[in-house]
Design a protein around this ligand. Structure first.
Ligand SMILES: [Zn+2]
Length: 397
């Protein structure tokens, strides 16, 4: 007999249980998922504290290495190191990429006033929802897949946990994009949308601009007519650019802060505004950018300077995204759950990967509410089936 004929056929090689048993598997391990989430929440990891984020990174590297993942850090000077973990699989082919972030918006010490705890069917604490429960799902889904497939994964998986997502992902974007280009699909374990746990199939693109006016300062009593008020010019500009808002097309523009002037008796020589721009479609990003940059001053004695740009492209609901959603909702249906999809205004690193045309599904993490707020919490009852969904998706995309 040749080696070839002894080889197990693929049907027997895959030992994963039927979908109901798969769900039961995670229901029986709910306490372990809770315990992992607790561990992760209790290692605080604000974006601006490199030592804190690195502590969480090395804890996770250790956990993934126990599952025979190959962990490597992308060293970063001012932020925590980004953690990449590669798993080989029984079959060759492109890996599935699991994407998330280590950082939170809560300063070190927040646990003193917002301790991790369990109450009312939820887990509470900084980062519990955004997105440490999502990282716990990754760990437990990988662990289960290894059990079901004879101590290895059915296919290669690459995990990337970045450290600067909450401040725009400037230092990690190229890593995210490089890994996504090699992946079959990207599953983003960011929080789900709403308490029904919808996944996110579209996200707006996000831009930030600074509009600065340079006028001419002068004494408001002695030299009134020699001055050129930067505040008046900025005010007129703000009203004008606010007309770019088009809710139907999914374009919003918010002037979030303005500042200018020095004292009441001085005609202000400088004023500036910070704008947040969101677009649902890529082509609108370019159009808005052009319109903002081509603004001319109303008062010829003033000058405008505009800096910034769109830092996250929109994640559009492409055919590839819709197909991936369909796959996920079919699995959910087998789990007895009607999974919904949502288009949201906030961006994530999934915007980058979807922008490259890689099938991307976002919002696969915890179900809860209060991201970035004192009531941040996740529903315990949703944890087993979301981990089951993740495991099944890794097997099937
Ligand atoms: Zn997040």
């Amino acid at each position: 007999m040749t080696a070839k004929t002894v080889k197990k056929p693929p049907a027997q090689a895959s030992a994963s249980p039927d979908i109901r048993s798969c769900l039961r598997y995670f229901e029986e391990r709910q306490d372990q998922i809770i315990e992992t989430t607790r561990q992760l929440v209790e290692v605080e990891s604000p974006t601006d504290s490199k030592p804190a984020v690195d502590r969480l990174g090395s804890l996770l590297a250790g956990r993934f290495e126990k599952l025979e993942g190959h962990a490597k850090f992308h060293r970063t000077q001012n932020f925590g190191d980004h953690l990449q973990v590669d798993f080989t699989g029984k079959s060759a082919g492109k890996p599935v990429m699991l994407l998330g972030h280590l950082d939170t918006v809560y300063p070190v010490g927040t646990l003193a006033t917002m301790p991790f705890h369990r109450a009312d069917g939820r887990l509470w604490g900084p980062g519990s929802f955004d997105m440490k429960s999502g990282i716990a799902f990754m760990l437990h889904a990988i662990e289960a897949l290894r059990v079901w497939h004879g101590d290895q994964l059915p296919r290669p998986v690459t995990i990337l946990l970045v450290s600067d997502e909450e401040v725009g992902s400037d230092t990690s974007r190229h890593i995210t994009e490089n890994l996504a280009r090699k992946a079959a699909a990207v599953l983003v374990l960011e929080p789900a949308f709403g308490l029904k746990g919808a996944v996110k199939t579209a996200r707006k693109g996000v831009g930030e601009y600074n509009l600065k006016v340079i006028g001419k300062a002068a004494h408001s009593g002695l030299d009134f007519e020699k001055g050129a008020s930067a505040i008046i010019e900025l005010s007129r500009q703000v009203i004008e650019i606010s007309k770019l808002v088009d809710l139907k097309r999914g374009i919003t523009l918010n002037v979030g802060t303005i500042q200018g002037g020095t004292r009441s008796n001085v005609i202000p020589g400088e004023a500036s505004a910070l704008l947040d721009v969101r677009v649902a479609h890529m082509k609108d990003a370019a159009a808005i950018d052009r319109k903002l940059r081509s603004r001319r001053p109303f008062n010829g004695k003033c000058k405008l300077e505009i800096t910034g740009g769109v830092n996250r492209p929109p994640m559009e609901r492409t055919v590839a995204v819709a197909a991936l959603y369909k796959k996920a909702s079919d699995i959910a249906k087998q789990l007895g759950w009607k999974m919904e999809e949502a288009a949201v205004g906030g961006g994530s690193d999934g915007n980058f990967t979807a922008g490259l045309g890689i099938p991307t599904l976002d919002g696969l993490g915890g179900v809860g509410e209060g991201a970035h707020a004192p009531n941040e919490s996740v529903l315990i009852s949703e944890m087993p089936r979301r981990t089951a969904l993740l495991a099944r998706l890794i097997e099937s995309v």
